[in-house]
Design a protein around this ligand. Sequence first.
Ligand SMILES: [Zn+2]
Ligand SMILES: [Zn+2]
Length: 557
Amino acid sequence: MSSDRLIYLPLGGAGEIGMNCYVYGYGPKDKERLIIVDIGVAFPDMDGTPGVDLILADIAWLEERKTLIEAVFITHAHEDHVGAIGHLFERLGEPKVYARAFTSNIARGKLAEYGYSDKVVTTVSKWPQTVTAGPFTVGFLPISHSIPESSALVIDMPEGRVIHTGDFKIDHSPQVGEPFDPDLWADVSAGGVKALICDSTNVFNQHEGRSEASVGPAIEELVRGQKGMVVATTFASNVARVKTLAEAGERAGRSICLMGRAMRRMIEASVETGVLSDFPKVISPEDVKSMPRENVMLLVTGSQGERRAASAQLANGKYQGLTLKEGDLFLFSSKTIPGNEKGVIRIINQFSEMGVDVVDDSTGKYHVSGHANRPDIEYVQKLVKPQIVIPMHGEHRHLREMVKIAKGNRFQSILAVNGMMVNLSGNEPTVAGYVETGRTYLDGTAQVGALDGVVRDRIRMALNGHVTVTLILDDENEPLGEPWCEIMGLATTGRSRAPLVDLLEADLEQFINRASEVTLADDDKLEQALKKIVRQTALDEIGKKPEVTIVISRLSA
Ligand SMILES: [Zn+2]
Ligand SMILES: [Zn+2]
């Protein structure tokens, strides 16, 4: 009996939707050779992470073990799976990266921003081609999702076979890319599967999922009925949907114009990698200007209300010389991701003010999800028949529900959240330990820990406002002049209608004039006292306790 063990450790994506990063290890305890599956980002919001650019998994545990890392495998090119590769590549020790062609194309673009050559990413063909990485042999098993060449990973090592589904749905006619192939999946699973690590996103949805093929006819009918310009938005990376929209528009007699950098980038990557061969001919925004509105359909970025995207700019009035007006139609062929509602509603209202009709996904006719619903999840689990089902890609409630379902179908299952290491060797999965995890913020170009206090301080300043007090003392601790204040983010006058700055300075001066020599000689004491006065005066005057910075300068003789 070997002492080697197989471990599974999610560092991101298990307990949230986003920031996917999963680790598998095989070998002697604490010396396991490691592979990383996906390395994605999550997106910040104004409430919890104001000013932050991107949220990355905390990879401190991996960084301490970078000599044990054999490779990174990327299941597909969504940002929550590939978005952090450039930002974290150096800290991981620049490991080998493997992906299929389309995903490689996107990953290379991200690594190029950090000066890495195309060679650091190796393109792998779909199963049955495999790659050996230390004790692991890994293959990319095609599965349908909402971006080209999404793949599950078939991970073999002496302990057996693990299948990591990646993001998936069951689609037999996905329009772009490979349909779900039940025979292939049954064949790959025939020899027995130790564990299925499974996407849980849509586990609460009770209906069977619908195919991408079902949305085209509905969109065509909608477009045919329009007399003005039609604008449609979806995720640029959903190449199948972009194609579905373009073809539906073309069939309804319209010329297609792609707008927004991401839209063009994704179509380019699809053509370069051969994922997309037949896409309707597109015209430029310049061409659109000289055409009757009823002959044009724009496909634009910004389905989530992103401020700088094409949709938001059109809602603001103008984008690349084009303006929408009464009688035009704007279609969201997309779902609003929780957290983005405000931005989406803002642009819907802006369009409303312009007299533009907005159609969204509320009827279910113009969008289908990229994730498997409960019946499809159960179908895949029964097809693969693993010993163990481990849910991933879900919030806690999704993971918990999936564990219940798996156990109901007589599979072993364990709820592993970020940082929980699971030992998959032996007769049943066990908790092997807990690793400290969290989030790393990309803040400008710097990486800061979520608990470092940087963003906490920023939020405090944003919520409470800020006062700076400056005081100069001579070498005998005598104040030179009075303390003076500057305020930021605070009302300038309050209850007494006198300027807040004047009131603060008067109270501080009064204190300084009466302060003992001992206090004046002690920076800490002085600082505490001045802060207290500022807070109390501000509270009395404007009802807020601001953040305070005290600057004490002492002149030496
Ligand atoms: Zn995902
Ligand atoms: Zn995805």
